[in-house]
Ligand binder design. Structure first.
Ligand code: NAD
Ligand code: IPM
Ligand code: MN
Length: 347
């Protein structure tokens, strides 16, 4: 029987609850579909940091490299470990080391889910650059703590990096409704963002079948609220994509619904699947985290592994559960009840 090795990193806070839920659903789908998911759990988290002084062991990346995929919950427990330490010690190094340059985040309403908008018929695929740009980590501070202090953080945009993410976006647009929105702020940022716009234009001539529009990030934020149906594939830089996808989550009913896939399109290293949301310290330990984003991320993982039928089965069960009203009514359903409803819909 075919078997896939999956590294499980539940992380912190509700990351643990939602990963547990997603794993239950994924294991069941695999059993029904005739393959095995062999999960290896890793305790890497802020609690692990408190014990060991590291978010993951020094050979953590090499350990993860041999897996077929990584399923992650959420990282961060700011009350005890600064986010600048925890995220730069675990999540962000994985994205960069494994060249997971495409972060794919679908935004649409599942059946039965009431979003905050009148618009219901939107289906947006956000594609976020995931390894450079504003998240390059180039910078420093001098004269720290004095009145003369200076902090610099430089965005780095490379031709190779911008071209590959845009190309990825064009290919996805071609496979969907043929529309690509490229998001920048080239009216204010005259080097990196003009560079991005130019590369968009250059590629547009290669993809004559794709309708390309460039938007400024501010206008795109408004468009996602006012006219989300007008959008198909949206490509943005690391930081812009981060912000737009919490907005995307909001219009699809909340952070508990937004899934994501950190993809290495060349398959030279494992890809990582995780919800868009974080560890939600405000609701951790209450048993009320919505696991739908994590479960949906699991479906994206199955798709990436080539188990397309199983991914469709999983999404079908998820949609059946939400159509029945589970997980959608004012956040009243508990994590366990939502998970049970999805499992029941699988039978
Ligand atoms: P967050 O996404 O954790 O929470 C934002 C709000 O959404 C909170 O009110 C929370 O209760 C709610 N929420 C989030 N997920 C939910 C779910 N599944 N069900 C119901 N409600 C949900 O963002 P934050 O509060 O800014 O960050 C908390 C911590 O998580 C920080 O340490 C942050 O750095 C980290 N973080 C990690 C990731 C990640 O690992 N990918 C992503 C975002 C934030
Ligand atoms: C996300 C998160 C991360 C990001 C944080 C936790 C570093 O917000 O995955 O959207 O900004 O990429
Ligand atoms: Mn984010």
């Amino acid at each position: 029987m075919k078997s896939y090795s999956i590294a499980l990193i539940p992380g912190d806070g509700i990351g643990r609850d939602v990963t547990e839920a997603a794993w239950q659903v994924l294991s069941t789908v695999a059993r029904h579909s005739g393959f095995t998911l062999a999960g290896t759990p890793f305790p890497w988290s802020c609690a692990f940091y408190k014990e060991t002084g590291q978010m993951m062991p020094a050979d953590g990346i090499e350990t993860l490299r041999r897996f077929d995929a990584i399923l992650l919950g959420a990282v961060g427990w700011p009350a005890e470990v600064p986010d600048s330490v925890s995220l730069h010690g675990l999540l962000l190094p994985i994205r960069k080391a494994f060249v997971q340059y495409a972060n794919i985040r679908p935004h649409r309403l599942l059946p039965g889910v009431e979003g905050p908008l009148k618009a219901r018929n939107f289906d947006i695929l956000c594609i976020r650059e995931n390894t450079e740009g504003e998240y390059s980590g180039a910078g420093g501070r001098v004269h720290q703590g004095t009145a003369d202090e200076v902090a610099v953080e430089t965005s780095i945009f490379t031709r190779a990096g911008v071209e590959r993410i845009l190309r990825f976006g064009f290919e996805r647009a071609r496979a969907r409704r043929g529309k690509l929105a490229s998001v920048t702020k080239s009216n204010a940022q005259k080097y990196s963002m003009v560079f991005w716009d130019e590369i968009t234009q250059k590629l547009a001539s290669e993809y004559a079948d794709v309708e390309v529009t460039s938007y400024h990030i501010d206008a795109m934020a408004a468009r996602m609220v006012m006219a989300p149906e007008s959008l198909d594939v949206v490509v943005a830089s690391n930081l812009f994509g981060d912000i737009l996808t919490d907005l995307g989550a909001a219009i699809q009913g909340g952070l508990g619904f937004a899934a994501s896939a950190n993809i290495n399109p060349d398959r030279a290293a494992p890809s990582m699947f995780e919800p868009v949301h974080g560890s939600a310290p405000d609701i951790a330990r209450l048993g009320i985290a919505n696991p739908i984003a994590a479960i949906w991320s699991g479906a994206l993982m199955l798709e990436h592994l080539g188990e397309t039928r199983a991914a469709q089965t999983l999404m079908g069960a998820l949609e059946k559960a939400t159509a029945r009203g589970i997980g959608t009514v004012g956040g009243k359903d508990r994590t366990e009840a939502i998970t049970a409803a999805v499992l029941a819909a699988l039978d």
